[in-house]
Design a protein around this ligand. Structure first.
Ligand code: CP3
Length: 355
């Protein structure tokens, strides 16, 4: 393992542990992406997955938002769908439409098509990108690795792309539960290995994105999502206890107490969740991350400041990582992202010192 430059800003790692910080750390989901002209310029030359697969380019894109804004974390430029790819499914990124699987899993028979990847060689490009980015960051901020959650990946692998209802994937949950568990178990094994390898390659914290958790009922989440999230958090706790673990189960209001009881250190909230209520449900068991409505960034900078102050008051100064409640939109103005970051850093500084 290479020696990395010392970390000069560990606010996020401390907040993730519920420790006191001199101000609230801040980053933005999808902080590297199409709202940045420098990203669009680079993407004009190369296909999305070509950027992801070229460590030099992935590192460059990861650092783009940090060159502009004083962010407290970098998130590696990649995608949750690299995992279905290395398990044997073709995934294309279609301009203006999003991901498309030309040959998704159609029946339990298709599970035979899945392969067990060799993480170090099949996903070596993500690991190399992490190592390179960690060096280039030069300790400015911690580097976040990530994966999609088992249920969210299963949903894409069966549906073949985005969907309003994910009815095909839900057909497996309700009609083919054994096949669903077999698939979820197989995905989980890969995710444990992949996250572990990301940490060894330089990730200083990791986030699991369960983007479609909100489509499940509490009972179905309990049966098909939670056990696998639990397994991932437990595996990481056993193997890399020093690395904080973040889970973001979008839309899963009902799941907050259950997630608090897992080995995740931080629970991400989307913008429909009330921070005070979430804090009551989670107690001191986890830090919270979030949760400004990304659409707030369509407002004028003064209004963004007001909304951020309200958000910071609601979370309080301890055990909070400021973020949006979901990703940046491609039509956001980068200057409004700056207003968000500056509002968090300016206000929380004053606020932590009086509390
Ligand atoms: O800056 C970052 O946050 C890091 C990079 C990142 C991307 N995807 C890059 C990306 C991360 C963390 C993701 C995660 C991801 N990918 C999720 C979970 C987060 C969420 O949004 O709920 C999901 C569901 C995906 C799957 C995915 N990838 C979709 C649905 C799309 C199309 C929609 C869209 O935003 O375009 C992608 C493509 C994608 N992933 C882009 C980027 C920057 C845009 C592709 C392009 O450049 O044309």
């Amino acid at each position: 393992m290479s020696t990395f430059p010392p970390l000069k800003n560990n606010l996020l790692l401390r907040a993730a542990r519920g420790l006191h910080t001199e101000r609230t750390p801040v980053w933005m989901m999808r902080q590297a992406g199409r709202y940045l002209p420098e990203y669009r310029a680079l993407r004009a030359e190369d296909a999305f997955f070509d950027v992801v697969r070229t460590p030099e380019l992935a590192a460059e894109v990861t650092l783009q938002p940090l060159e502009r804004f004083p962010l407290d974390a970098a998130i590696i430029f990649s995608d949750i769908l690299v995992v279905p790819q290395v398990m044997g499914l073709t995934v294309e990124m279609i301009k203006g439409k999003g991901p498309h699987f030309p040959d998704p899993l159609r029946s339990p028979q298709d599970l035979k098509r899945l392969r067990t990847p060799d993480i170090k060689s099949d996903l070596g490009y993500v690991l190399e990108a992490l190592t390179l980015t960690r060096h280039r960051l030069d300790g400015r901020a911690p580097l976040i690795g990530f994966v999609g959650a088992p249920w969210t990946l299963m949903a894409y692998m069966i549906e073949g792309g985005g969907s309003k209802t994910f009815s095909k994937a839900k057909t497996w949950l309700f009609g083919l539960p054994e096949a669903a568990h077999a698939l979820l178990g197989q995905i989980t094994d890969v995710l444990c290995q992949f996250l572990s390898a990301q940490i060894e390659a330089g990730a200083q914290t990791v986030q699991v994105f369960d983007s479609w958790a909100g489509l499940l009922s509490p009972a179905v989440f309990q049966a098909f999502a939670l056990p696998y999230l639990n397994r991932i958090a437990f595996y990481l706790q056993e193997n890399h206890p020093e690395v904080p673990r973040i889970v973001f189960a979008k839309g899963a209001h009902y799941a907050l107490p259950a997630l608090a009881a897992t080995d995740f250190d931080v629970i991400g909230l989307d913008w429909t969740m009330d921070p005070r209520k979430a804090r009551r449900l989670v107690g001191a068991q986890a830090a919270l991350q979030g949760n400004l409505d990304p659409s707030t960034l369509y407002a004028a900078p003064e209004q963004i400041h007001d909304a951020v102050h309200e958000m910071l008051d609601a979370f309080g100064p301890v055990g909070h990582i400021a973020n949006l409640g979901h990703g940046m939109h491609p039509d956001h103005d980068p200057e409004h992202a700056r207003a968000f970051v500056e509002a968090v850093q300016g206000y929380s500084h004053a606020f932590a010192s009086v509390s």
